[in-house]
Design a protein around this ligand. Structure first.
Ligand code: AOF
Ligand code: ZN
Length: 345
């Protein structure tokens, strides 16, 4: 394994601290901070704990007495902020504490933020780009939200080894194991919203315990007595509140409407037609595919992605796998959808 430089070692700690905020800081980024005194000893650590509360730098610096960090170095995985939001600018506090050097991983894409010039005009040395790729990966949802004004979309599917999600008659219970399905319950918690179609609601009448659900129901077919209405908030996308495209709900418009309602990440759980449409429209950022060690071996079986006819393999949608995990006996593959090499990290 590659040896980490001293800067990278402390930045790794920042990234680890940042992750403690997972699920609690949205739509803010995940940020961690480590402060060293002028002798190179860690004197404080902090992280952004909750939306609206102290930023990582403030969390760390407020734990310090007098000028404990004077002449020291502050590590943080995001460019320190310079604006008044729900909290005052972190750069002001860094200057007050007479920090000599700030090392950060990535620039803040929030147009209100220009911490670098403020730090430099105060005579503070600034080093940027340490573990930048890891930092951008960690905050990919924030990066997409800020730059595209759209929620980050992850599509989940559970298939046989031949990519089938059900028999022709619709039998799908169960392709993956109990442990894989438990993993899905955990995953859902990481997202602001679960999105599914009215077909799923009509076929399974699921409870879907989640704080926010979006159901695509163009013709308002689902019954108001469905279990889904019994918990959490729901946004029903139908032809009254969503633009139509080729007589179908415009999926991009649905996502934009969700963003306007404060939904920053969406977990799509659906069948092959909707999954195929989301992919074709280029609206999916990641795919989580569970694969069971089973082969249906039936060409009438339903596929996980049912787009239109494609003649050339070179017209495939390309993915980049970034994580694989065996959830015995199944396999989970997490991948990014590559489109025009437009990644957010
Ligand atoms: C930092 N450190 O820990 C975080 C930052 O409304 P506010 O005051 O919380 O500001 C939110 C913005 O501040 C957010 O959009 C992002 O640009 C930055 N978040 N900055 O220096 C932190 N969470
Ligand atoms: Zn800040």
């Amino acid at each position: 394994m590659k040896q980490l430089t001293t800067d990278e070692k402390y930045m790794r700690q920042c990234l680890k601290l940042a992750k403690r905020g997972l699920g609690k800081v949205s739509p803010n980024p995940l940020v961690g901070c480590v402060v060293l005194n002028k002798y190179g000893k860690i004197v404080s650590k902090g992280y952004h704990k909750k939306y609206g509360e102290n930023h990582a730098e403030r969390d760390a610096l407020l734990k310090l007495q007098n000028n404990e960090a004077e002449g020291g170095t502050l590590y943080v995985n995001l460019e320190p902020c310079s604006h008044y939001g729900k909290t005052p600018p972190c750069v002001d506090l860094i200057i007050e504490h007479k920090i000599a050097k700030v090392v950060f991983a990535m620039r803040d894409v929030n147009p209100k933020v220009d911490g670098v010039s403020k730090l430099e005009s105060a005579g503070i040395e600034v080093v940027e780009g340490v573990l930048e790729e890891e930092a951008r990966f960690l905050n990919r949802i924030f990066l997409k939200n800020m730059t595209q004004k759209m929620p980050y979309v992850v599509l989940k599917t559970a298939t046989t080894m031949d990519g089938k999600i059900a028999t022709e008659a619709g039998d799908s219970k169960w392709i993956t194991s109990d442990s894989a399905r438990k993993e899905v319950y955990k995953m859902r918690k990481e997202f602001d919203c679960i999105l599914t179609s009215s077909n799923t609601i009509i076929a399974d009448n699921p409870t879907m315990k989640h704080k926010f659900k979006c159901i695509l129901d163009k013709d308002s077919r689902i019954s108001p007595d469905s279990e889904i209405f019994k918990q959490g908030k729901i946004y029903i996308a139908n032809k009254e509140n969503t633009i139509l495209k080729n007589d179908k709900l415009d999926l991009e418009d649905v996502l934009k409407n969700l963003y306007k309602q404060g939904i920053y990440s969406v977990f799509v759980e659906c069948g092959g037609n909707l999954g195929g449409a989301f992919l074709k429209e280029g609206l999916v950022d990641e795919i989580y595919q569970f694969i069971a060690p089973k082969i249906l071996n039936d060409n009438t079986g339903l596929s996980c992605f049912n787009g239109d006819k494609i003649n050339f393999i070179s017209d495939s949608i390309n993915l980049e796998i970034y994580e694989t995990k065996i959830i015995t006996p199944d396999l989970l593959i997490k991948s990014f959808v590559k489109r025009n090499s437009k990644f957010y990290f």
